[in-house]
Write a protein that binds this ligand. Structure first.
Ligand SMILES: Nc1ncnc2c1ncn2[C@@H]1O[C@H](COP(=O)(O)OP(=O)(O)OP(=O)(O)O)[C@@H](O)[C@H]1O
Length: 306
């Protein structure tokens, strides 16, 4: 078994000594000036600085190729950065990664995967892992290669959770799951976060699935942090203003996006939530959704880069 496979199989639990100790107790992981250049010259991460607060479910969002998988792999200790550093919370984090490609041994049954997990991890919670598999009706004795994609994803979850991670990294974890399983997995994960001392960082493209699940947002663009913050605070700070193009009001704050259709203009404005811009009729104000603000920030960053 290669080192990397071993790490993946084990849910890649690594000790604090493997990475530098952090200084803040309220931050699960801090990434400072991280850069990753792959062979061939692609810069997947470039001067990326961010932090993930402890005990939260944080969403890692960005366009294809933004660097999400690279960032998660470096945090899990599977990939070496070209420069920069990852600092874990003082006292250490046990990190587990559920990778996009579900690295299971096809000939192993789920029961055998858990046995391997027990052998490869210093800390192992068999009951928790088995509970997860039973919860989702995963046959314990069928080779993983004969399980469906969604069932394999559930085995990966069970192995990762069995390692009792304090930082659980999920790379597009819901992609293979049916709509009911998606809802149940997110609900169960939230319960695990509430019950234990666990932080979750999950990458996803499906913003709608984050509502009610993620309470912190990290938006990546071209290998760098574009926007971060508490989801409720971000939502409170963003508003849509619409009205006649010819009578645009003075909108103090940051105009993230301006759209003009016929004689109507719509602006997405980020401002102090306590003192938002006030407009008069016929101008109207409406709240922004998480999807609205993610798309607007990504579009505006693309326009700046173009
Ligand atoms: N092993 C590799 N060798 C060379 N380039 C790579 C490698 N892995 C990723 N890249 C490149 O690095 C960049 C970031 O890729 P990464 O997989 O981290 O992005 P991502 O945000 O996870 O994308 P997606 O949403 O499509 O999964 C991309 O330009 C990608 O082509």
């Amino acid at each position: 078994m290669g080192d990397q496979a071993e790490d993946l199989l084990a849910g890649s639990s690594i000790s604090a000594e493997d990475l530098l100790a952090g200084s803040s107790t309220s931050t699960a992981v801090t990434v400072e000036r991280l850069a990753k250049r792959y062979r061939g010259g692609v810069w997947a991460l470039d001067d990326c600085t961010l932090s993930v607060p402890s005990g939260r479910v944080a969403a890692l969002v960005g366009m294809n190729g933004a660097g999400k998988t690279t960032l998660l792999s470096i945090m899990a200790g599977l990939l070496r950065p070209t420069s920069g550093e990852v600092r874990l919370r003082e006292g250490g984090e046990r990190v587990s990664l559920v990778a996009q490609d579900r690295p299971l041994y096809r000939s192993f049954t789920p029961a055998e995967m858990l046995m391997a997990g027990r052998q490869l991890n210093e800390v192992w919670d068999q009951e928790r892992a088995v509970r997860w598999l039973r919860r989702f009706d995963i046959p314990l004795d069928r080779p993983c290669g004969k399980l469906s994609g969604g069932q394999q994803a559930q085995v990966s979850f069970a192995v990762a959770l069995g390692a009792r991670p304090s930082l659980l990294l999920l790379d597009e974890p819901l992609a293979n799951l049916d709509p009911l399983a998606r809802r149940e997995v997110t609900r169960e994960l939230l319960a695990e976060v509430v019950d234990g001392d666990m932080t979750v960082l999950m990458s996803t493209h499906v913003i709608a699935e984050l509502v009610g699940v993620a309470d912190y947002l990290l938006l990546l663009a071209r290998g760098r942090l574009l926007l971060d913050g508490d989801v409720d605070e971000l939502l409170a700070a963003h508003r849509h203003y619409s009205g006649p193009r010819a009578q645009a009001p003075l909108l103090f704050g940051e105009v993230v996006q301006a759209k003009h259709v016929g004689s109507t203009s719509t602006y997405l404005v980020r401002a102090d939530p306590e003192h938002p811009p006030v407009v008069e009729e016929p101008w109207t104000v409406r709240p922004a959704t998480l999807e609205d603000l993610v798309v607007a920030h990504l579009e505006s960053s693309r326009a700046v880069a173009a």
